[in-house]
Design a protein around this ligand. Structure first.
Ligand SMILES: *Cc1c(COP(=O)(O)O)cnc(C)c1O
Length: 426
C-alpha cells in the first residue's frame, strides 16, 4: 500500500469494488434479488427509519448498483451517487427534489432532443416551468433568472453538434442566483470533463451512452458534489424541512454533504420507482472499466473523421470543437484537452436529399437514434428526430435539412473514412 491517490484508469477498474466477501468472486456479482433478509426486528426498524445503512429492497438500493454508484462518484469527484433506470429518470429524480409546482428550471437551449421534449411537455404537466437560455452566452442565463428559478441545467458537451459549454461562467451565474448547477455530462464522460471541478453541484448521466459504452443497456446516474447548502433561505424544503415519511428527520441536517444523493434515493427513487436492474448495473460497470481506453479512441477517430470531412468537396461545413478553426476550439482546449468527444454534425452541399442519401448508402455506420456506442452511428435529424419541427425551428436547434449527426465508434479510422467516402460519392 502507498499513500498515492489512485489515477483515473485505476478508479475506472477498481473504485467501489472488492472481491465478494462470501465467495471470493473477483468480478462484481449480479445480486439478482428483489429483497434482503433483516438480521432481526431492530435492524429492520433502523433501516426503515434511516438510522442504519443497508439493503432493504432493490427499488431503493442493491449491492451491484452500489458498486456502480461508488465508482461513478469516484470518477466524477463527487461525495455520493445514485444509479437509476435511464438518463431521463435521473433528470426527473433530480428535479423532483428541487421543484414544486410553479417553480422554474433554467435550461440551456442546446440539449439532447429527448431532454427538450421532457422539459417542454412532461415537466409542464407537473406544473414545473422551463426557461431557456443560450449556452454560448452566460449573460443570457443571468438575465433569465427569476425568484422562481430553482436550478440551472446544461450539458458539458452539448447536443447535437458537440459544442463545448463554458461551465465556469454559468456556474458563477448559478452561485450568484443561489441555485444549484446541474450538468449533464453524458457526451463528455468524466474521462474528458469533470464538471464538479468547474463548479457543478450535481452531475447527471445517461449511462446508456459512453459509460456503458456498448449500446446494450439503459441506465442513468446522479452524482452529488456535496457542495450546495440546501438549507439556505429555505428554498429546498425537501432537503431542509422535517420529512414526515421518516419520523421527521431533516435530510440535509442528517446527511450533510451527501444529503442530495440520499434525498434522490429515499424520496425520489423510492417513491417514483425508476430502479436500475442489477444486470444493467453489471453491464455498465464492465463498460466503465475500459472508459479511458474507449474515450481516447473515440476522440482520436472523431478528429480524423472530422478532418477528412472538412476537406471533402460534398461537405459544406463541419462542427467539431477539436478542429483548430472551430468556434469552440478554445473552450475545448480549456475544458476537454484530451479530445472533443465523438458526437458532432456536418452539413452537406446537396441539402435534405443528400442527407437522406448519405444515411442510406453508409454500410459500416449504423443508421439509428443513439450515441456513445463502440459502433459508429449516423442520423439525419431533419428526416427523423426533428422531422416534426418547421424549417426555422430545425435550423435553430441545429437540425437544418442539410445536417447529419455522427457518433464515431472505436473501429479503425481508415475503415470509417472509406465508408463515408464511398457514401458521399454515391
Ligand atoms: C440519451 C441522453 C439522455 C437520455 O438518456 P436515456 O438513458 O436515453 O434516458 C440525456 N442526455 C443526453 C445528453 C443523452 O445523450
Amino acid at each position: 500500500m502507498t499513500d498515492r491517490l489512485p489515477g483515473f484508469s485505476t478508479l475506472a477498474v477498481h473504485a467501489g469494488a472488492q472481491p465478494d466477501p462470501t465467495t471470493g468472486a473477483r468480478a462484481t456479482p449480479i445480486y439478482q434479488t428483489t429483497s434482503f433478509v433483516f438480521n432481526d426486528a431492530d435492524h429492520a426498524a433502523s433501516l426503515f427509519g434511516l438510522q442504519a445503512f443497508g439493503n432493504i429492497y432493490t427499488r431503493i438500493g442493491n449491492p451491484t448498483n452500489a458498486v456502480l454508484e461508488e465508482r461513478v462518484a469516484a470518477l466524477e469527484g463527487g461525495t455520493a451517487a445514485l444509479a437509476v433506470a435511464s438518463g431521463h429518470a435521473a433528470q426527473v429524480v433530480v428535479l423532483q427534489q428541487l421543484m414544486r409546482p410553479g417553480d422554474e428550471v433554467l435550461a440551456a437551449r442546446k440539449l439532447y432532443g429527448g431532454s427538450i421534449n421532457q422539459f417542454t411537455h412532461a415537466f409542464k404537466a407537473f406544473g414545473w416551468n422551463v426557461a431557456w437560455a443560450d449556452p454560448d452566452d452566460a449573460a443570457s442565463f443571468e438575465r433569465a433568472v427569476t425568484p422562481h428559478t430553482k436550478a440551472i441545467f446544461i450539458e458539458s458537451i452539448a447536443n447535437p453538434a458537440g459544442s463545448i459549454t463554458d461551465i465556469e461562467a454559468i456556474a458563477a451565474v448559478a452561485r450568484k442566483a443561489g441555485v444549484p448547477l446541474i450538468v449533464d455530462n453524458t457526451l463528455a464522460s468524466p474521462y474528458l470533463i469533470k464538471p464538479i471541478d468547474h463548479g457543478a453541484d450535481i452531475v447527471v448521466h445517461s449511462a446508456t451512452k459512453f459509460l456503458g459504452g456498448h449500446g446494450n443497456s439503459l441506465g442513468g446516474i446522479i452524482v452529488d458534489a456535496g457542495t450546495f447548502d440546501w438549507a439556505k433561505d429555505n428554498k429546498y424544503p425537501m432537503l431542509s424541512e422535517p420529512r414526515p415519511e421518516y419520523h421527521g428527520i431533516r435530510i440535509q441536517e442528517t446527511f450533510g454533504n451527501f444529503a442530495f444523493a440520499i434525498a434522490c434515493r429515499v424520496l425520489g427513487l423510492r417513491d417514483l420507482g425508476p430502479a436500475l436492474s442489477p444486470f444493467n448495473a453489471f453491464m455498465i460497470l464492465t463498460g466503465i472499466e475500459t472508459l479511458p481506453l474507449r474515450m481516447q479512441k473515440h476522440c482520436d477517430n472523431a478528429k480524423a473523421v472530422a478532418e477528412f470531412l472538412s476537406s471533402h468537396p460534398a461537405v459544406s461545413a463541419v462542427n467539431y470543437a477539436g478542429l483548430p478553426g472551430d468556434r469552440y476550439n478554445n473552450l475545448q482546449r480549456k475544458y476537454s484537452p484530451k479530445g472533443a468527444g465523438a458526437v458532432f454534425t456536418f452539413s452537406l452541399k446537396g441539402g435534405y436529399d443528400a442527407g437522406v442519401n448519405l444515411v442510406s448508402n453508409l454500410k459500416l455506420f449504423s443508421h439509428l437514434a443513439n450515441v456513445g456506442d463502440t459502433r459508429s452511428l449516423v442520423i439525419h435529424p431533419a428526416s427523423t428526430t426533428h422531422s416534426q419541427l418547421d424549417d426555422e425551428a430545425k435550423v435553430r436547434s441545429g437540425a437544418a435539412p442539410d445536417v447529419v449527426r455522427v457518433s464515431i465508434g472505436i473501429e479503425d479510422k481508415e475503415d470509417l473514412i472509406a465508408d463515408l467516402d464511398q457514401a458521399l460519392r454515391a
